[in-house]
Ligand binder design. Structure first.
Ligand code: NDP
Length: 333
């Protein structure tokens, strides 16, 4: 069983020394357990937060232990009446090639609705984050302007499409021309801005949002968000999902204070984690699958191959090397 462990807690941007490879014996499943062969591993920005030893909504990774996180695998041996060999399951078993799970640690997924990898993306954690974060906090109405940062990523690309389904005008912010083309031509965003190319993001945003901003779905924080804040309309809603621009900073940055904007605009700003909506995951996943089947939603995956490439895939999130959900295929289904 190949595993990737947290070797040391990173300062600044993690690098290959943050991780360590190990080989351990496969543990034979006992009664009520299953042995899983890993097929797909998810790499996610929130994992950066778990690499430091600080209290958060999920416990920090432990040093010299397997990096856990969303993964999909195939049951190869079952000692549980709930699972059969060949079942495809999802769980938090993370960066290892095999895992012996208790039957309540994993959940079977339906192979027939969509490719199984989508359960780590559009039909899974990132899709649900977009769904609840936008609809429960952003609450876009027809004709309103929705701005989303990190727009071509796993969460952002779904946010923009749901906002379009709700009849909003959608403006995306992302970091490459290829992403801008994808947002406009494939996802039919009304406007898209390459924040790495613009000389004045405030100016470009103001041009893209002549009626101001009613909903801001924030995946990145930092300068980009500071610019969006200047355009908020009366009763705007800001859904604070992520702040990836700050995850690798050694010194916390301080931007413009937003209180006066919120007061003047009677605006709402709310952070959330997708787990806040765990009791409604079925509802969200059903709706996302329905939109997918109706052709109202589309998705992209950036699929890296090979167990050895998992750490590099994780680092790609911070280099912006992904369109849609970034995954690693560890073995053939
Ligand atoms: P993405 O697929 O969006 O991948 C990360 C993207 O972030 C990169 O492709 C890159 O795109 C962009 N990025 C990286 N560094 C910077 C930077 N310094 N400034 C601006 N953009 C940057 O990841 P996810 O969709 O999985 O996650 C998006 C956000 O949502 C993250 O902040 C994550 O932490 C958060 N999140 C929050 C959840 C919650 O429950 N609240 C759940 C899931 C995710 P580009 O080329 O555009 O720079």
């Amino acid at each position: 069983n190949k595993q990737i462990l947290l070797a040391k807690r990173p300062k600044g941007t993690p690098d290959k020394d943050t991780f360590k490879f190990a080989v351990k014996d496969i543990i034979k499943p006992r009664s009520g357990e299953v042995l899983i062969r890993t097929l797909y591993v998810s790499v996610d920005p929130y994992m950066r937060g778990r690499m430091i030893d600080a209290p958060s909504y999920v416990a920090p990774f432990e040093l010299n232990k397997v990096i856990d996180g969303g993964a999909i695998g195939e049951v190869v041996t079952s000692e549980s009446s709930h699972f059969s060999e060949g079942d495809i399951v999802i769980g938090g078993f993370g960066w290892q090639t095999y895992y012996t799970a208790k039957e309540d640690e994993v959940r079977k997924i339906d192979k027939d609705i969509a490719p199984i990898s989508t359960h780590l993306g559009i039909l899974g954690m990132t899709g649900l984050t977009a769904y609840f974060g936008l609809l429960e906090i952003g609450k876009p109405k027809e004709g309103e302007t929705v701005v989303v940062s990190g727009a071509a990523g796993a969460v952002g690309s779904v946010v923009g499409q749901i906002a379009k389904i709700k009849g909003a005008k959608v403006v995306g912010i992302a970091g490459t021309d290829e992403k801008i083309k994808y947002l406009k031509e494939e996802l039919h965003f009304d406007e898209a801005i390459n924040y790495k190319k613009t000389e004045d993001i405030k100016h470009d945003l103001a041009k893209a949002c002549p009626d101001g901003v009613d909903v801001y779905f924030d995946n990145v924080g930092g300068d980009i968000s500071d610019a969006v804040f200047t355009l908020l309309n009366k009763f705007a809603r800001v859904s604070v999902c992520g702040a990836i621009s700050s995850y690798n900073l050694e010194k916390q940055d301080v931007g413009p204070r937003v209180q006066t904007v919120l007061i003047k605009k009677s605006a709402l700003m709310q952070g959330f984690t997708v787990g806040d909506y765990s009791e409604r995951f079925n509802e969200g996943a059903t709706k996302l699958a329905q939109w997918l089947n109706e052709g109202k939603l589309s998705y992209e995956e950036t699929m890296k191959e090979g167990f050895e490439n998992i750490p590099d895939a994780f680092l790609d999130l911070f280099r912006g090397n992904n369109i849609g959900k970034l995954l690693v295929k560890v073995a053939e289904p």
